[in-house]
Design a protein. Structure first.
Lengths: 389, 329
């Protein structure tokens, strides 16, 4: 039986990055991925948005965390980030925040915001849209990110076992190490990190361990060829039942995300457990693109001329509010049911830095943090005075 | 029917509908899924009670493509229809009243729309609904309305209609707060046709309106759609002042004759003087009444408040995958 100091289950962006960080403390680290390649699931099928705070006018804490992590991600993975497009945020008239509030909010978190030029404004229906802004936000290219991480893992000497499925995890005989039962074989590990996102509870359940109260959504992400005026634009309409269409660099297309139609259905594990993988395989996946495009074309009429290519499907796993660590949408559980079994669950790609920082503090494994957090002054974060807002 | 057509079926929901919301959702989704490529069922919850809110939550769990838009309180029908049209996505939009309109007729309505009509208006023999006086009133009103505005509304037309996206976009641009769906549809024009149907009678007391409410609605409709009464008032005013000038000439003539020595008994003027002032006051108050109708309308419209407020929106989450699977391990 092969033995490692640390085994990471799940070769998505989080799993790979956690493996790289752990390699600094451990001499033998392995990533176990069920799919034939790394970063093929939720790390690939998502909006590819690198958040810079704009998205959270109603949660200052989340916005500030994004502001902190955005430059770190862009610096570390600059060659995997697409910046050659203009990102517009449009405030709908029935929005939960007004244009003035949004501008004020961006100023408070130190995020740059400019009024959009007339040719961009002209794309929107002014009876439904109050104001249009140009913001600093970018999209990552999941294919480039995959290549980059593979190279980093190889350089660091992390073993990558693709096409390997973990059935269950059990405590070893010494009461300290862990045994992993694979579909075809066994592994032994000093530490195990469950970074399987939607499969987090599946692994816990198969191992007879307590489940986390997770919410699962079956999500559809249509890809489209945008009409020429939108080719170099990303558009997000906030705030309420709104939508976004922005470049999906891995395919050279635009992705579409609509708050009302992207999630097809959801369930809560604490109410009724289901296996997300089983669900995504067996669900009748009938595209809701016709609904999305009709609603979106009300706000941006030119999108009527978009050409639909196909839809990508993925399970989205969300943490219930009370499990979230002071505004960071991540979950990190040490010794979950078994000694040295850690569960890591995050929502957005740049949350990885929060995961690594928290691992530094809570796991007592020194030296994972690759970079220092930039200071508030460096980011231009405006410290709200008493009585403001 | 073209496969990529999206149809919206919208209905208001109120507390009295509690008994058949689920039945309606079942019927309408069954018919739509059999006949249309894509559909949505839009339920405008018109400030109904908590029991209905619970039922709607169940409907969202069991039937796909249902959306609920809850209004902040109970609004008039016209405003509810405006909310339905504002929130609809369909290439064709069917408005219906779940208490009386048969879902089975929906494919016929849509088929006519697809054949090129922008509005297909449901027509029903209203014997089942209105009293003979009510029906007579409806006919008189219909004639009067056409005479005053120049466009016709079918006296037996109901609010069970199918509309094309073109006409919906035109109607949603009109933000009058006193709105009557039938008359707005007629006002914007386009191609219209009628389709007669038999209403379903669900186990619910009929929503009859009182004679007073009907008259009130009739006045409101006319004031919203026509300035003719105001023009008539001007005409009557001019006529009355002309009569009044003639009468002064008459009075001057009498007094001139008297001063010339012609014997006229002055007490005889008592009746005519009173008559004159009575007629004048009648005309004056009539004009004031009409003016106040228009002034109140001007005030309403000039406030520019939103037509309605939405409390929240929610939509279906049906886990289809597990509906017909047998869990064999």
């Amino acid at each position: 039986m092969r033995s490692f100091d640390a085994v990471i289950i799940g070769g998505g962006f989080f799993g790979c990055y956690v493996a790289l960080s752990l390699r600094r403390a451990f001499s033998s680290v392995a990533v176990v991925e069920r799919e034939p390649d790394l970063l093929t699931r939720a790390s690939y099928v998502n909006q590819a948005r690198v958040h810079n705070g704009y998205h959270y006018p109603r949660s200052l804490m989340t916005a500030l965390r994004s502001r902190v992590n955005f430059p770190r991600f862009c610096e570390e993975f600059g060659d995997c980030v697409e910046t050659g497009f203009t990102k517009l945020y449009a405030i709908a008239r029935e929005s939960k925040v007004t244009a003035m509030q949004f501008e004020r909010f961006c100023h408070n978190i130190g995020a740059r915001i400019d009024s959009a030029p007339p040719r961009c404004r002209a794309l929107f229906d002014s009876t439904l849209i109050e104001e249009v802004f140009v913001v600093r936000e970018c999209a990552f290219n999941a294919v480039k990110l995959r290549a980059r991480l593979k190279a980093l893992l190889t350089d660091a000497g992390v073993e990558v076992l693709c096409g390997t499925s973990v059935r269950r995890v059990a405590q070893g005989n010494d009461g300290d190490s862990l045994d992993l039962e694979l579909v075809d074989g066994r592994l032994s590990a000093g530490h195990v990190f469950n970074c399987t996102y939607s499969q987090t509870n599946t692994i816990l359940r198969q191992s007879g361990l307590p489940l986390l109260p997770l919410k699962h959504e079956l999500c559809e992400q249509p890809l489209l060829v945008p009409p020429p005026p939108l080719a170099k634009l990303g558009v997000t309409v906030i705030d309420g039942p709104f939508f976004s269409t922005m470049p999906f660099p891995a395919r050279g297309l635009h992705s579409l995300h609509h708050v009302r139609y992207t999630p097809h259905h959801f369930w809560l594990d604490q109410e009724e457990y289901r296996d997300p993988e089983d669900n995504i395989r067996s669900a009748r996946k009938r595209s809701r693109y016709p609904y999305m495009i009709r609603d979106i074309a009300r706000f941006v009429p030119v999108l009527e001329r978009a050409t639909y290519v196909e839809s990508l499907w993925e399970m989205k796993t969300v943490l219930p509010q009370n499990e979230i660590d002071d505004g960071r949408p991540i979950l990190l559980r040490r010794d979950h049911g078994l000694r040295n079994l850690t569960v890591v669950l995050g929502a957005k790609i740049d949350n990885i830095y929060d995961v690594i920082d928290t691992m530094d503090k809570t796991l007592g494994l020194p030296g994972y943090s690759r970079q220092r957090e930039p200071s508030a002054e460096a980011l231009g974060v405006h410290q709200p005075r008493q009585g403001e807002n | 029917m073209k496969p990529d057509v999206l149809v919206t079926v919208a209905s208001a929901v109120q507390s009295s509908d509690a008994g058949f919301i689920e039945q309606f959702a079942r019927e309408v989704t069954a018919i739509l899924s059999a006949h249309v490529g894509y559909y949505e069922v839009l339920l405008i919850d018109n400030g109904s009670d908590d029991a209905v809110v619970k039922i709607l939550e169940r409907v969202l769990k069991h039937f796909p493509f249902v959306r609920v838009v809850r209004l902040s309180r109970c609004y008039e029908d016209g405003i509810v229809f405006a909310a339905a049209l504002d929130h609809s996505l369909g290439d064709f939009v069917v408005l219906m009243d779940m208490a009386s309109d048969p879902p089975a007729v929906v494919p016929d309505l849509i088929a006519r729309c697809e054949a090129g009509y922008d509005a297909v208006v449901g027509v029903t023999d209203k014997k089942w609904h209105d009293s003979p006086i009510g029906r007579l009133g409806a006919r008189v009103f219909s004639r009067l309305f056409e005479a005053l505005t120049g466009y016709a509304v079918h006296p037996d037309g109901t609010n069970f209609v199918a509309l094309s996206r073109r006409i919906v976009n035109s109607i949603t641009k009109i933000r009058d707060r006193q709105r009557y769906m039938k008359h707005l549809t007629a006002y914007v024009g386009f191609n219209r046709t009628y389709l007669s149907y038999q209403p379903v009678l669900r186990d619910v007391p009929l929503r009859r309106r009182s004679l007073l409410a009907a008259v009130n609605a009739a006045v409101g409709t006319i004031v919203s759609n026509s300035t003719m009464p105001l023009r008539l008032v001007s005409l009557v005013g001019v006529t009355a002042s002309f009569v009044s000038v003639m009468y002064s000439v008459f009075v001057l003539a009498i007094s001139a004759l008297r001063s010339a020595g012609v014997r006229i008994n002055a007490a005889e003027g008592w009746a005519s003087t009173n008559m004159f002032s009575a007629v004048m006051f009648f005309l004056l108050f009539l004009m004031l009444a009409v003016l106040s109708e228009y002034v109140s309308k001007i005030m309403n419209e000039s406030q520019q408040r939103p037509l309605y407020h939405v409390a929240y929106e929610s939509n279906s989450s049906v886990v289809e995958a597990f509906k017909d699977r047998v869990n064999v391990v």
